[in-house]
Ligand binder design. Structure first.
Ligand SMILES: Cc1cc2nc3c(=O)[nH]c(=O)nc-3n(C[C@H](O)[C@H](O)[C@H](O)COP(=O)(O)OP(=O)(O)OC[C@H]3O[C@@H](n4cnc5c(N)ncnc54)[C@H](O)[C@@H]3O)c2cc1C
Ligand SMILES: Cc1cc2nc3c(=O)[nH]c(=O)nc-3n(C[C@H](O)[C@H](O)[C@H](O)COP(=O)(O)O)c2cc1C
Length: 413
């Protein structure tokens, strides 16, 4: 499905919006090479200096297909990103859209100058709802949106695409301000919020509040698209799109390129490739098969466990034993969440009762060293691929335990 967009004829009308899947150069190259339906490749948002972002949990599915995230705009900084993105081989019929942000007009301009030479266009993240002083903090003010857009336009010679926040009562006024600043296209919308979502009585995100994406925000995305009607400008439409019916609605409201992000959660790259093929066929044949491929059953829920023993083995290693069984097999891993402290992946030492060995490497594992028995924690998973070591009946127990240790010793010895 050829699509005209900002001076290029693209191999397909889709993009994956910033921050989802296409966050690293090798993955972007794989999409260039293998998934022609995704004509626009959007990077993770990039600022001047490297940014660690928030600690985990950073993403939570609060109902099937509905997510809240506070990643905190993690990125390696403009210079490193330019080096990595500069190595990409961009096909003639694909568009590399580099998402940038800053805490001031000057930072936007400096980042834009560093990254414009390695991409086809710049998306201005004026809309992230959970990073203080960035994104939406600037994108809710029409004058600021106009001035940032104009300053970046004056500094680079590639198309500039402001990405707008839905969290304003005057969405069209903000869009008009972006156009007044010289925008070449618009992207609507970023996540809705910020909102707090809790499980077991605790806000799940480490940052407590985050932006809502996925199925629940489609009505707001369509409303915003409707607000843009009559504006003579190319539009990337995204927010809660998962089916051919959703794509058609976006197109009816004027979207030239359609972004699909949260609907891809849980899919492998091969599954994503298949999904876009089926979706394209749906659009050609007026069928509805793609949405059946969305993994609405992906399990991100937490199960409670209580710590019963914290045994220090040496200065920097302890063994935590919990009160119940967690059905994790050798080769698999789980995420351990202690509200207020954070969440990290761990292999199991044993499944029943569940225990794990912790080596003190940083903030979360340091806190685990002195975790008090009686502490309520939560486990999600298992994830990964179970292995089946060859065993004889006499060595069964020994091998089984060794295989639990193995991923841990492989990673850290
Ligand atoms: C599949 C899997 C299974 C695992 N199983 C186990 C297990 O059984 N037991 C176990 O103890 N651990 C296991 N781990 C590792 C465990 O998750 C880490 O020890 C944990 O992520 C460290 O978290 P932290 O908060 O303590 O450290 P962090 O505070 O995240 O820091 C970790 C280290 O990285 C450095 N660092 C952090 N951020 C940056 C950055 N941006 N740039 C450069 N350096 C940085 C820190 O200085 C520190 O040295 C496993 C990991 C995986 C992926
Ligand atoms: C985990 C995650 C990270 C995101 N990171 C960014 C980002 O760095 N920059 C940005 O402009 N938008 C970011 N977004 C917003 C998406 O680009 C998109 O606008 C939003 O998720 C709506 O689309 P969807 O419902 O199809 O996911 C992020 C969204 C998610 C879920």
């Amino acid at each position: 499905m050829k699509t005209a967009f900002l001076g290029k004829i693209l191999s397909g009308p889709f993009t994956i919006p910033s921050g989802i899947v296409t966050c690293a150069a090798p993955i972007i190259q794989k999409f260039f090479d293998e998934i022609p339906e995704v004509g626009v490749l959007t990077t993770k948002s990039i600022c001047l200096e490297p940014r660690l972002g928030y600690r985990e949990p950073i993403l939570h599915q609060y109902s099937p297909g509905c997510f809240v995230n506070a990643v905190g705009l993690t990125n390696p900084g403009a210079r490193k990103s330019a080096e990595l993105l500069g190595q990409l081989d961009i096909p003639k019929d694909r568009f590399l859209l580099i998402s940038i942000f800053g805490g001031s007009i000057e930072e936007y301009v400096e980042v834009a100058k560093i990254l414009a030479p390695v991409g086809d266009g710049l998306e201005l993240n004026l809309s992230c709802p959970h990073a203080k002083g960035y994104g939406m903090a600037m994108g809710q003010d029409p004058d600021m949106v106009r001035d940032i857009t104009a300053a970046v336009k004056a500094a680079v010679d590639v198309p500039v695409v402001p990405k707008l926040t839905p969290n304003v009562p005057n969405f069209r006024e903000i869009a008009e301000a972006a156009i007044a600043g010289g925008a070449d296209a618009l992207c609507a919308i970023n996540t809705v919020g910020p909102e707090k979502k809790a499980q077991h009585g605790h806000p799940v995100l480490y940052n407590e509040v985050g932006g809502v994406s996925g199925k629940e925000i489609l009505p707001r995305a369509l409303e915003c698209m409707h607000d843009l009607s009559g504006l003579d400008i190319s539009i990337i439409g995204c927010g809660g799109v998962s089916s051919a019916a959703n794509v058609r609605k976006m197109q009816t409201q004027g979207a030239d390129v359609i972004g699909i992000g949260s609907a891809l959660v849980g899919m492998t790259t091969d599954e994503i490739a298949h999904y876009f093929k089926v979706l394209t066929k749906d659009l050609e044949d007026s069928t509805e098969n793609a949405e059946a491929l969305v993994q609405y059953d992906v399990d991100m829920d937490f199960s409670p466990v209580t710590l019963v023993k914290n045994e220090r083995i040496c200065d920097d290693i302890c063994i935590l034993t919990f009160d119940s069984k967690v059905p994790v097999k050798a080769g698999e891993f789980i995420f351990l969440w202690v509200p207020g402290l954070g969440e990290k992946p761990f292999s199991a030492l044993a499944d029943d009762p569940f225990s794990l060995a912790v080596i003190n490497l940083g903030q979360f594992t340091e806190a685990l060293m002195s975790l008090e028995p009686g502490t309520e924690a939560y486990v999600r998973g298992p994830h990964g691929i179970a292995i089946s070591p060859p065993v004889s009946p006499t060595t069964l127990n020994l091998s089984f335990r060794f295989s639990f240790y193995f991923p841990f010793s492989f990673l850290y010895r």
